[in-house]
Design a protein around this ligand. Sequence first.
Ligand code: SF4
Length: 438
Amino acid sequence: MAKLKLITFGCQANEADSEKIAGVLAEEGFDLTETAEDADLILLNTCSIREKAEHKVYSLLGTFQKLKAQNPRLKIGLCGCLAQREGERLKTRFPYLDLVAGPGAMIYRIPSLLKGGSNGPVLPRPKEPLPLYIQSPRPRRESTCKAWVSIMEGCNYLCTFCVVPYTRGPERSRPPGDIMAEVEELLRQGYKEITLLGQTVNAYGKNLKPRTRFSDLLKAIDTLSGGTIRVRFTSSHPKDLTPDLIEAIASLNSVCEHLHLPVQAGSDRVLKRMGRHYTREDYLVKARALREVVPDIALSTDFIVGFPGESEEDFRETLSLLEEVRFDSLFAFNYSPRPLTPAAIHPHQVPEEVKTDRLHLLLKRHDQIALEQNTGRVGTIEEVLVEEGPNTKLQSSATGRSRRNQLVHFSEEYLPPGLTVSAVITEAYSHYLKAKSR
Ligand code: SF4
């Protein structure tokens, strides 16, 4: 069997795409390998959201070029958002690349590109009509208890910092029948948790005829599973957190008590320049409405620190939003200018050292809040799905996630992955909990 070394960068959509790539290439006789030296094909599934990840890709390409010099039969390819954005330029800059393929549905063309010889053609740019979902070969899923289910592709929001609409194209929703068939198969295989994926997952269905609301899809999955499977979804856009969706989160047993709701900034001036389509107050009203009907819900978010033109006062508003919402977890990054995006050419870029100081302050305060919140959970009973077995580095005998998506470590007992346990929380830290099964 030929060997495939697959390296994934970036978001969950890319992780899901990598499982599809592995599935597509398994049908072509490729098995996965951990070591690049063993590989017949090395694919880097790239991300374009932050500059750092791009540098890492370019540095790895240099390493793999040396392997190719020793083994001319080795093929090297780039897929994903960076490949889509840079297209033809990559072929000039890295002439030893054998293929360049965009993200999403484009990955189903990888086998034909591979057969097309070296420097395979770059796939269409988003301006050209993009295919909707193609009936895919089975993804090669990494986990036997948790599965990604892609329900849409692309995004229509055009936030001024984000490259996704240029690389993944406009929003296209997958037909509900296809999604339900995939969920049915996952239930049959005994999966315990599914995560519905989309760049703006809760905008699902706007382009479908007849229109299907995201909350209707959640209800259909809940009915199909009899409420027995855990359902998560990411990433949600605050504008699409509608009353019917809040009601679905509150009433459906299968939907976990966790919502990732990226806010990005706490200042209206910054939110406006980001093109986010909501104000600070809109966001707060929705967070309150959610907590009113699901009081124990965990909220997580994303922040971008040092967006062009962000003043000290703007940043203080971000800190005050953090105080007000008290997120359970968050991802925060320094703003990183991305090619093609309007914010990259904004005249008032914030100096790197200012961004880093602000990021440090935000993360420090969040860690304190998270520790306070987690300490309040000591002694409570949580339902935990075990995902990993023993890990000596983490000094854990098993690790899983609660329905609130909190990382839970067990240190005294072996619990096999895939087991759902009722656990009592014994210790709290900023980023995880410790527990014992009951
Ligand atoms: S909503 Fe904004 S940040 Fe999210 S994918 Fe779309 S353009 Fe990017």
